[in-house]
Design a protein around this ligand. Sequence first.
Ligand code: GLN
Length: 233
Amino acid sequence: EQIEPKKDEYVIASDTAFAPFEFQNEENEYEGIDVDLMERAAEMQDFNITFNHIGFSGAVQAVEGNQADGMIAGMTITDEREENFDFADPYFESGIQLAVEEGNDDDITSYEDLEGTTVGAKVGTESADFLDEHEDEYGFNVKLYDDADQLYEAVRVDAVDALMDDYPVIGYAIAQGQELETPIERESGGDYGFAVKKGQNPELLEMFNEALQEMKRTGEYDQIVSNYVDTDD
Ligand code: GLN
């Protein structure tokens, strides 16, 4: 079903670096699962988009402040966020996980081992919330970074002892050669959803959902995902 767009152009906010969902390739162009899904949805439903890659918490604020019409940024659908956002149908099942530098997994094999350490995460994320909730319980310090480049660099230079992030993003970093290990089983749950500000741009959600359904039906969704991740594991 084709839905009529109500705007000439929709501004879509996203993260700056959240590979394999959005990242700059060697030509400095953004690509990734989120980028491809959104661009394909716009083609299929015949609406225009401009991507604005401003970072995760920047994207949240842009949508809340009406500077963007929607966001796709590996954003986990949570009850708390549903107070301010309307989410489209879930498009990816994720979860958060702790990562340490390769070789450090002798010291850290459980959350209890984090006592006295510093753990990093990206500001405004599920991982940051998780760390804030558990820092007293396990006795670690939390250090927040604006973007993934800073966060992953912090582990490399030992500015933090561990980081917490979405597991497919850690997995992608490892596949790209970053020396990380994940000694603790990941936290389950957390579906990604495309979001608009609550009550606004309902046609945009509908168009995304229509396109997503169609991409799942035709296998194009699986094709896009498998372009970026090894889906066998
Ligand atoms: N899925 C996580 C969240 O929603 C992280 C998203 C991101 O860093 N782009 O908080």
